[in-house]
Design a protein around this ligand. Structure first.
Ligand code: DP6
Length: 359
């Protein structure tokens, strides 16, 4: 498929008003997306677990304008209150997707959005937020074009979400989603696809405990972050490595080898941070508590033979991933040894989920 395939021809229906609500989850990358080209095309393929409880709920009300205008007209409420600071991101999103949803300037929109996780938790809401909004817009398009297939709906929702925030395209479906052209069947740079091959039972009920080391605003915006890979001396090797890691991970998903999983996922997280540390300007996003947690995880694994493994995004918080059957022991370890490294002792319990839901 090409981007052209997402440009609609004619709509069979006229819709004057309505309302739709979607709930869309966050996701956690195992092989990381870091670096992009024009139009939100990833520099390398990535794969993520879709989460279950960290999610955004977005309602979109729409009324057809009596007099068409040349503006995007929308009101935006976050947790019940007007949020002018979010407007530029939505405006930019609408500009990027207008060619694919030509009706955008024909409606007045009211957007109500809220997150299941605290806004000041240092957890990025762009993946869940952009995917929820993309899905709402797709529901409106589906009303205009009722013959649209489920498959096209899901693909285009992911395609649009990507234009809002790259990783958002991995939040439409569950439980594992691949984004970026790779040997994986059906994979594309334009949208995320459900991982199509065999997945061992070990990975079906994975847990993700997000240890909130730093609840502040992100130090490096994603735009600045991805841009660091332009002209980075190790960029090409890193992009190649991501391809290799994704290929290796396919074997791991099949075999259920938890040691191999741990090694690969942790190496990906550290490589992401190594890229940031070795770019110009350079960024050091791990905090002393991040390192303390990582070292305790190493020791705990050695001592118990259990399999909690960490991953990191572009920040100091630690995601601790482990199979459900180890939950009791790992949760005690978190309570006894890791909570002291979390800001205000806070962490969020999540697990692999099935993807976005219309409600
Ligand atoms: C480190 O998806 O937030 O979390 O496309 O600029 O919105 P934009 O970037 P974004 O980048 C996420 C980067 C990451 C790794 C990942 O999720 O794959």
């Amino acid at each position: 498929m090409t981007a052209q395939d997402f440009i609609p021809k004619n709509y069979s229906e006229e819709i004057s008003e309505g309302k739709v609500t979607w709930q869309s989850p966050s996701n956690i990358a195992l092989v990381k997306y870091w670096g992009k080209r024009e139009n939100q095309i990833p520099a390398n393929p990535s794969v993520s677990f879709t989460l279950n409880y960290c999610k955004t709920t977005t309602s979109l009300s729409f009324q057809k304008k009596e007099n068409p205008s040349n503006n995007f007209d929308f009101e935006l409420f976050f947790e019940g209150e007007k949020k002018p600071s979010f407007r530029p991101k939505i405006e930019q999103f609408f500009r990027r997707i207008e060619a694919y949803l030509p009706f955008l300037k024909e409606y007045n929109f009211t957007i109500h959005t809220s997150n299941s996780f605290p806004h000041s938790s240092g957890i990025a809401s762009s993946a869940s937020g952009m995917s929820a909004l993309a899905l709402c817009l797709m529901s409106l398009e589906k009303e205009l074009d009722p013959l649209m297939t489920e498959e096209f709906f899901t693909r285009k929702a992911s395609f649009l979400a990507r234009l809002g925030s790259g990783s958002a395209c991995r939040s439409i479906e569950g439980e594992l989603v691949v984004w970026g052209k790779h040997e994986t069947e059906g994979s594309s740079d334009l949208f995320g696809v459900k991982y199509p091959s065999e997945v061992h039972q070990n990975f079906k009920d994975y847990q993700d405990v997000i240890l909130l080391v730093d609840k502040g605003e992100k130090q490096v915006s994603s735009t600045v972050g991805h841009d660091l890979m332009n002209g980075h001396p190790f960029a090409e090797q890193r992009f190649e490595q991501a391809h290799e890691n994704l290929a290796k991970l396919q074997d791991v998903f099949k075999s259920g080898n938890l040691l191999a999983f741990t090694e690969l996922v942790e190496s990906e997280a550290l490589t992401l941070h190594a890229m940031m540390m070795s770019s110009r300007p350079y960024f050091l996003l791990m905090k002393p508590h991040t390192l303390a947690i990582i070292n305790k995880v190493f020791r705990f694994r050695q001592k118990t033979g259990l399999h909690p493994c960490f991953t990191l995004d572009a920040g100091a918080n630690v995601h601790l991933l482990f199979p459900k059957k180890e939950k009791e022991a790992v949760m005690s370890f978190i309570e006894e040894e890791l909570v002291e490294h979390c800001q205000d002792g806070q962490y969020i319990k999540d697990e692999v989920g099935a993807g976005a839901k219309r409600i």
